[in-house]
Design a protein around this ligand. Sequence first.
Ligand SMILES: Nc1ncnc2c1ncn2[C@@H]1O[C@H](COP(=O)(O)OP(=O)(O)OP(=O)(O)O)[C@@H](O)[C@H]1O
Ligand SMILES: [Mg+2]
Length: 333
Amino acid sequence: MLDQILTPSAIVKRLDEYVIGQEAAKRTVAVAVYTHYRKIANAAREGTAVTKSNVLLIGSSGTGKTLLCETLSRALGVPFVTAEATSLAQTRYMSDEIEGILQRLVDRAGGDLAQSRHGIVFIDEVDKLRGGDGVVRGASGESVQHALLKIMEGAPVKLADGAFLDTSDILFICGGAFVGLDEIIRSQTHGYGFIATSKGDNQKILDRLNSRVKPTDLFEYGLIPEFTGRLPTIARFQDLDRRMLVRIMTDPRDAIYRQFQAIFRGEGVELTCDPPVFDQIAELALQYKTGARSLRGLFEELVAPTLYVVPDDRSIRAVHFTSMFAEPLFIRA
Ligand SMILES: Nc1ncnc2c1ncn2[C@@H]1O[C@H](COP(=O)(O)OP(=O)(O)OP(=O)(O)O)[C@@H](O)[C@H]1O
Ligand SMILES: [Mg+2]
Protein backbone atom coordinates (compact mmCIF):
# COMPACT_ATOMS: atom_id res chain seq x y z
CA MET A 1 0.00 0.00 0.00
CA LEU A 2 2.81 2.41 0.90
CA ASP A 3 4.29 2.15 -2.58
CA GLN A 4 1.19 3.53 -4.21
CA ILE A 5 0.26 6.48 -2.00
CA LEU A 6 -2.17 8.88 -3.62
CA THR A 7 -0.60 12.25 -4.39
CA PRO A 8 -1.94 15.26 -2.43
CA SER A 9 -3.95 16.47 -5.44
CA ALA A 10 -5.44 13.02 -5.95
CA ILE A 11 -6.39 12.90 -2.26
CA VAL A 12 -8.08 16.31 -2.55
CA LYS A 13 -9.99 15.12 -5.61
CA ARG A 14 -11.36 12.17 -3.66
CA LEU A 15 -12.27 14.43 -0.74
CA ASP A 16 -14.07 16.79 -3.14
CA GLU A 17 -16.58 14.06 -3.94
CA TYR A 18 -17.93 14.16 -0.40
CA VAL A 19 -16.69 17.24 1.43
CA ILE A 20 -17.97 20.60 0.20
CA GLY A 21 -15.72 23.64 0.49
CA GLN A 22 -12.94 23.62 3.13
CA GLU A 23 -10.37 23.86 0.34
CA ALA A 24 -7.50 25.04 2.54
CA ALA A 25 -8.10 22.32 5.13
CA LYS A 26 -8.31 19.64 2.44
CA ARG A 27 -4.98 20.68 0.98
CA THR A 28 -3.25 20.88 4.33
CA VAL A 29 -4.51 17.47 5.37
CA ALA A 30 -3.71 15.91 1.99
CA VAL A 31 -0.12 17.11 2.13
CA ALA A 32 0.22 16.02 5.77
CA VAL A 33 -1.07 12.54 5.01
CA TYR A 34 1.03 12.18 1.89
CA THR A 35 4.14 13.25 3.79
CA HIS A 36 3.30 10.90 6.62
CA TYR A 37 3.11 7.80 4.43
CA ARG A 38 6.16 8.87 2.43
CA LYS A 39 8.11 9.18 5.70
CA ILE A 40 7.02 5.69 6.72
CA ALA A 41 8.08 4.26 3.38
CA ASN A 42 11.45 6.02 3.55
CA ALA A 43 12.05 5.05 7.16
CA ALA A 44 11.29 1.43 6.32
CA ARG A 45 13.75 1.52 3.46
CA GLU A 46 16.50 3.19 5.48
CA GLY A 47 15.74 1.50 8.77
CA THR A 48 15.26 4.80 10.59
CA ALA A 49 12.47 6.06 12.84
CA VAL A 50 9.63 8.25 11.63
CA THR A 51 9.38 11.80 12.96
CA LYS A 52 5.68 12.30 12.89
CA SER A 53 3.58 15.36 12.21
CA ASN A 54 0.17 14.75 13.68
CA VAL A 55 -2.64 17.02 12.60
CA LEU A 56 -5.04 19.33 14.43
CA LEU A 57 -8.35 20.26 12.78
CA ILE A 58 -10.00 23.39 14.14
CA GLY A 59 -13.54 24.29 13.17
CA SER A 60 -17.08 24.76 14.39
CA SER A 61 -19.37 21.83 14.97
CA GLY A 62 -20.84 20.28 11.84
CA THR A 63 -18.41 21.79 9.35
CA GLY A 64 -17.00 18.51 8.08
CA LYS A 65 -14.07 17.55 10.32
CA THR A 66 -15.18 14.00 11.01
CA LEU A 67 -16.51 13.63 7.48
CA LEU A 68 -13.14 14.65 6.04
CA CYS A 69 -11.28 12.10 8.17
CA GLU A 70 -13.70 9.31 7.28
CA THR A 71 -13.51 10.11 3.58
CA LEU A 72 -9.74 10.29 3.82
CA SER A 73 -9.37 6.87 5.38
CA ARG A 74 -11.68 5.35 2.77
CA ALA A 75 -9.67 6.93 -0.04
CA LEU A 76 -6.41 5.67 1.42
CA GLY A 77 -7.75 2.25 2.32
CA VAL A 78 -6.22 2.40 5.80
CA PRO A 79 -7.98 1.42 9.02
CA PHE A 80 -9.57 4.35 10.79
CA VAL A 81 -11.23 4.94 14.17
CA THR A 82 -12.65 7.96 15.92
CA ALA A 83 -12.76 8.64 19.64
CA GLU A 84 -14.00 11.49 21.77
CA ALA A 85 -11.47 13.09 24.07
CA THR A 86 -14.27 13.90 26.51
CA SER A 87 -15.12 10.25 27.06
CA LEU A 88 -11.47 9.64 27.94
CA ALA A 89 -11.77 12.29 30.59
CA GLN A 90 -14.98 10.87 31.98
CA THR A 91 -13.68 7.38 32.61
CA ARG A 92 -11.85 6.25 35.69
CA TYR A 93 -9.88 3.80 33.60
CA MET A 94 -8.25 5.98 30.99
CA SER A 95 -5.63 3.46 29.96
CA ASP A 96 -8.35 0.87 29.34
CA GLU A 97 -10.19 3.38 27.22
CA ILE A 98 -7.08 4.20 25.17
CA GLU A 99 -6.36 0.51 24.76
CA GLY A 100 -9.97 0.14 23.58
CA ILE A 101 -9.49 2.76 20.87
CA LEU A 102 -6.42 0.98 19.55
CA GLN A 103 -8.17 -2.38 19.82
CA ARG A 104 -10.93 -1.02 17.58
CA LEU A 105 -8.27 0.05 15.09
CA VAL A 106 -6.88 -3.48 15.05
CA ASP A 107 -10.40 -4.85 14.59
CA ARG A 108 -10.92 -2.53 11.64
CA ALA A 109 -7.77 -3.98 10.13
CA GLY A 110 -9.24 -7.45 10.54
CA GLY A 111 -6.84 -8.23 13.38
CA ASP A 112 -3.80 -7.43 11.26
CA LEU A 113 -1.34 -5.63 13.58
CA ALA A 114 0.98 -4.57 10.77
CA GLN A 115 -1.86 -2.93 8.91
CA SER A 116 -3.21 -1.20 12.01
CA ARG A 117 0.18 0.37 12.59
CA HIS A 118 -0.46 2.41 9.43
CA GLY A 119 -3.94 3.45 10.48
CA ILE A 120 -5.40 6.80 11.38
CA VAL A 121 -6.86 7.66 14.79
CA PHE A 122 -9.13 10.67 14.97
CA ILE A 123 -9.58 12.15 18.44
CA ASP A 124 -12.39 14.65 18.51
CA GLU A 125 -13.18 17.38 21.05
CA VAL A 126 -9.62 17.89 22.27
CA ASP A 127 -10.57 21.50 22.96
CA LYS A 128 -12.61 20.21 25.91
CA LEU A 129 -9.40 19.00 27.56
CA ARG A 130 -8.27 22.42 28.59
CA GLY A 131 -7.05 22.78 32.12
CA GLY A 132 -9.17 24.30 34.86
CA ASP A 133 -12.35 24.25 32.81
CA GLY A 134 -14.46 22.24 35.19
CA VAL A 135 -16.22 20.70 32.17
CA VAL A 136 -14.65 17.31 32.56
CA ARG A 137 -15.26 14.94 35.40
CA GLY A 138 -13.17 11.91 36.24
CA ALA A 139 -9.65 12.49 34.97
CA SER A 140 -8.55 16.07 34.51
CA GLY A 141 -8.28 17.37 30.99
CA GLU A 142 -4.57 17.82 31.49
CA SER A 143 -3.97 14.24 32.49
CA VAL A 144 -5.81 13.12 29.36
CA GLN A 145 -3.53 15.35 27.31
CA HIS A 146 -0.53 13.68 28.94
CA ALA A 147 -1.86 10.21 28.21
CA LEU A 148 -2.64 11.13 24.62
CA LEU A 149 0.70 12.69 23.90
CA LYS A 150 2.37 9.51 24.98
CA ILE A 151 0.59 7.40 22.39
CA MET A 152 0.76 10.16 19.77
CA GLU A 153 4.50 10.26 20.18
CA GLY A 154 4.70 6.51 19.76
CA ALA A 155 4.53 3.85 22.43
CA PRO A 156 3.87 0.12 22.59
CA VAL A 157 0.35 -0.34 23.92
CA LYS A 158 -0.71 -3.66 25.34
CA LEU A 159 -3.98 -4.93 23.94
CA ALA A 160 -6.51 -7.17 25.65
CA ASP A 161 -5.08 -10.32 24.09
CA GLY A 162 -1.59 -9.47 25.35
CA ALA A 163 -0.23 -8.38 21.96
CA PHE A 164 1.52 -5.03 21.69
CA LEU A 165 0.62 -2.38 19.17
CA ASP A 166 3.34 0.16 18.47
CA THR A 167 1.74 3.55 17.83
CA SER A 168 4.87 5.17 16.35
CA ASP A 169 3.60 5.14 12.76
CA ILE A 170 -0.09 5.72 13.47
CA LEU A 171 -1.26 9.11 12.28
CA PHE A 172 -3.21 10.98 14.93
CA ILE A 173 -5.64 13.65 13.85
CA CYS A 174 -7.14 15.72 16.63
CA GLY A 175 -10.19 17.89 16.21
CA GLY A 176 -12.00 20.55 18.15
CA ALA A 177 -14.22 23.58 17.82
CA PHE A 178 -12.01 25.83 19.99
CA VAL A 179 -14.74 28.37 20.60
CA GLY A 180 -13.16 31.71 21.42
CA LEU A 181 -9.81 30.96 19.80
CA ASP A 182 -10.21 33.78 17.29
CA GLU A 183 -10.36 36.34 20.09
CA ILE A 184 -7.14 34.91 21.50
CA ILE A 185 -5.42 35.01 18.11
CA ARG A 186 -6.54 38.58 17.59
CA SER A 187 -5.48 39.72 21.04
CA GLN A 188 -2.06 38.16 20.63
CA THR A 189 -1.24 39.44 17.17
CA HIS A 190 -2.45 43.07 17.34
CA GLY A 191 -2.90 43.27 13.61
CA TYR A 192 0.54 42.83 12.24
CA GLY A 193 2.34 42.81 15.56
CA PHE A 194 3.36 39.22 15.10
CA ILE A 195 5.32 39.56 11.92
CA ALA A 196 6.22 43.05 10.83
CA THR A 197 5.82 44.06 7.23
CA SER A 198 8.58 45.48 5.12
CA LYS A 199 8.20 46.73 1.58
CA GLY A 200 9.39 43.73 -0.38
CA ASP A 201 7.29 41.19 1.51
CA ASN A 202 4.55 39.28 -0.18
CA GLN A 203 1.30 40.44 1.40
CA LYS A 204 -0.41 37.12 0.82
CA ILE A 205 2.27 35.22 2.69
CA LEU A 206 2.20 37.76 5.53
CA ASP A 207 -1.58 37.47 5.83
CA ARG A 208 -1.29 33.74 5.99
CA LEU A 209 1.39 33.82 8.68
CA ASN A 210 -0.52 36.32 10.76
CA SER A 211 -3.82 34.44 10.61
CA ARG A 212 -2.07 31.21 11.51
CA VAL A 213 -3.00 29.50 14.73
CA LYS A 214 0.19 29.64 16.79
CA PRO A 215 1.15 27.21 19.54
CA THR A 216 1.00 30.14 21.96
CA ASP A 217 -2.67 30.68 21.05
CA LEU A 218 -3.36 27.08 21.95
CA PHE A 219 -1.51 27.36 25.31
CA GLU A 220 -3.54 30.44 26.00
CA TYR A 221 -6.64 28.42 25.21
CA GLY A 222 -5.61 25.85 27.79
CA LEU A 223 -3.76 23.04 26.04
CA ILE A 224 -0.41 22.08 27.49
CA PRO A 225 2.71 22.91 25.45
CA GLU A 226 3.79 19.26 25.11
CA PHE A 227 0.41 18.37 23.63
CA THR A 228 0.29 21.19 21.08
CA GLY A 229 3.91 20.42 20.30
CA ARG A 230 2.78 17.05 18.95
CA LEU A 231 0.30 18.72 16.61
CA PRO A 232 2.51 20.77 14.31
CA THR A 233 0.10 20.74 11.36
CA ILE A 234 -3.04 22.79 11.87
CA ALA A 235 -5.95 22.99 9.44
CA ARG A 236 -8.83 25.37 9.94
CA PHE A 237 -12.38 24.70 8.80
CA GLN A 238 -14.54 27.62 7.71
CA ASP A 239 -18.04 28.15 9.00
CA LEU A 240 -20.48 27.06 6.32
CA ASP A 241 -22.43 29.79 4.55
CA ARG A 242 -25.82 29.40 2.93
CA ARG A 243 -24.41 28.62 -0.49
CA MET A 244 -22.25 25.82 0.91
CA LEU A 245 -25.18 24.40 2.87
CA VAL A 246 -27.23 24.24 -0.33
CA ARG A 247 -24.41 22.44 -2.10
CA ILE A 248 -24.10 19.96 0.78
CA MET A 249 -27.72 18.92 0.23
CA THR A 250 -27.29 18.36 -3.49
CA ASP A 251 -23.68 17.87 -4.58
CA PRO A 252 -21.85 15.15 -2.62
CA ARG A 253 -22.11 11.61 -3.94
CA ASP A 254 -24.19 10.66 -0.93
CA ALA A 255 -26.06 13.98 -0.73
CA ILE A 256 -29.38 13.81 1.09
CA TYR A 257 -31.29 14.94 -2.04
CA ARG A 258 -29.72 12.19 -4.14
CA GLN A 259 -30.43 9.62 -1.45
CA PHE A 260 -34.12 10.48 -1.38
CA GLN A 261 -34.35 10.64 -5.14
CA ALA A 262 -33.03 7.07 -5.15
CA ILE A 263 -35.61 6.00 -2.57
CA PHE A 264 -38.45 7.52 -4.61
CA ARG A 265 -37.03 6.02 -7.80
CA GLY A 266 -37.31 2.67 -6.09
CA GLU A 267 -41.04 3.34 -5.90
CA GLY A 268 -41.14 4.32 -9.54
CA VAL A 269 -41.51 7.99 -8.64
CA GLU A 270 -39.42 10.97 -9.68
CA LEU A 271 -38.61 13.39 -6.84
CA THR A 272 -37.68 16.99 -7.66
CA CYS A 273 -37.24 20.17 -5.63
CA ASP A 274 -37.02 23.74 -6.90
CA PRO A 275 -34.00 25.79 -5.73
CA PRO A 276 -36.00 27.80 -3.14
CA VAL A 277 -36.56 24.61 -1.14
CA PHE A 278 -32.82 24.21 -0.58
CA ASP A 279 -32.36 27.93 0.14
CA GLN A 280 -35.09 27.82 2.77
CA ILE A 281 -33.67 24.72 4.46
CA ALA A 282 -30.18 26.24 4.42
CA GLU A 283 -31.54 29.43 5.96
CA LEU A 284 -33.11 27.50 8.83
CA ALA A 285 -29.95 25.43 9.31
CA LEU A 286 -27.94 28.66 9.59
CA GLN A 287 -30.22 29.79 12.38
CA TYR A 288 -29.81 26.47 14.21
CA LYS A 289 -26.02 27.05 14.27
CA THR A 290 -25.09 23.38 14.06
CA GLY A 291 -23.29 23.62 10.75
CA ALA A 292 -24.64 21.13 8.23
CA ARG A 293 -25.97 18.84 10.92
CA SER A 294 -29.59 20.01 10.84
CA LEU A 295 -29.93 19.77 7.05
CA ARG A 296 -30.73 16.09 7.09
CA GLY A 297 -33.50 16.36 9.68
CA LEU A 298 -35.08 19.33 7.94
CA PHE A 299 -35.05 17.65 4.55
CA GLU A 300 -36.41 14.40 5.93
CA GLU A 301 -39.20 16.26 7.68
CA LEU A 302 -40.13 17.84 4.37
CA VAL A 303 -40.40 14.62 2.37
CA ALA A 304 -41.55 12.21 5.09
CA PRO A 305 -45.31 12.90 4.73
CA THR A 306 -45.01 12.24 1.00
CA LEU A 307 -43.14 9.03 1.55
CA TYR A 308 -46.03 7.96 3.75
CA VAL A 309 -48.48 7.97 0.86
CA VAL A 310 -46.31 7.17 -2.17
CA PRO A 311 -45.84 3.42 -1.60
CA ASP A 312 -49.61 2.92 -1.37
CA ASP A 313 -50.54 4.91 -4.44
CA ARG A 314 -49.24 3.34 -7.61
CA SER A 315 -50.68 6.09 -9.79
CA ILE A 316 -48.13 8.66 -8.56
CA ARG A 317 -45.41 9.22 -11.16
CA ALA A 318 -43.65 12.27 -9.74
CA VAL A 319 -43.53 14.47 -6.65
CA HIS A 320 -42.43 18.06 -6.98
CA PHE A 321 -41.62 20.52 -4.19
CA THR A 322 -41.67 24.22 -5.03
CA SER A 323 -41.21 25.55 -1.49
CA MET A 324 -40.76 24.31 2.03
CA PHE A 325 -43.96 26.08 2.92
CA ALA A 326 -46.23 24.69 0.20
CA GLU A 327 -47.83 21.31 -0.34
CA PRO A 328 -45.94 19.24 -2.93
CA LEU A 329 -47.41 18.67 -6.38
CA PHE A 330 -48.31 15.09 -7.24
CA ILE A 331 -48.15 14.13 -10.88
CA ARG A 332 -50.25 11.06 -11.57
CA ALA A 333 -50.37 8.70 -14.48
N1 LIG B 1 -18.11 20.48 4.33
C1 LIG B 1 -19.09 19.57 4.28
N2 LIG B 1 -19.39 18.94 3.12
C2 LIG B 1 -20.36 18.01 3.07
N3 LIG B 1 -21.10 17.63 4.11
C3 LIG B 1 -20.85 18.22 5.29
C4 LIG B 1 -19.83 19.19 5.44
N4 LIG B 1 -19.80 19.59 6.73
C5 LIG B 1 -20.74 18.87 7.36
N5 LIG B 1 -21.38 18.04 6.51
C6 LIG B 1 -22.52 17.16 6.85
O1 LIG B 1 -22.82 17.32 8.24
C7 LIG B 1 -22.58 16.13 8.97
C8 LIG B 1 -21.80 16.46 10.22
O2 LIG B 1 -20.48 16.83 9.88
P1 LIG B 1 -19.20 16.31 10.70
O3 LIG B 1 -19.58 15.13 11.50
O4 LIG B 1 -18.08 16.17 9.77
O5 LIG B 1 -19.01 17.56 11.66
P2 LIG B 1 -17.79 17.90 12.60
O6 LIG B 1 -17.08 19.07 11.99
O7 LIG B 1 -17.00 16.68 12.86
O8 LIG B 1 -18.56 18.42 13.89
P3 LIG B 1 -18.28 18.16 15.46
O9 LIG B 1 -17.26 19.17 15.86
O10 LIG B 1 -19.61 18.46 16.08
O11 LIG B 1 -17.85 16.75 15.60
C9 LIG B 1 -21.82 15.21 8.03
O12 LIG B 1 -22.18 13.88 8.21
C10 LIG B 1 -22.22 15.71 6.66
O13 LIG B 1 -23.43 15.09 6.27
MG1 LIG C 1 -16.88 15.45 14.52
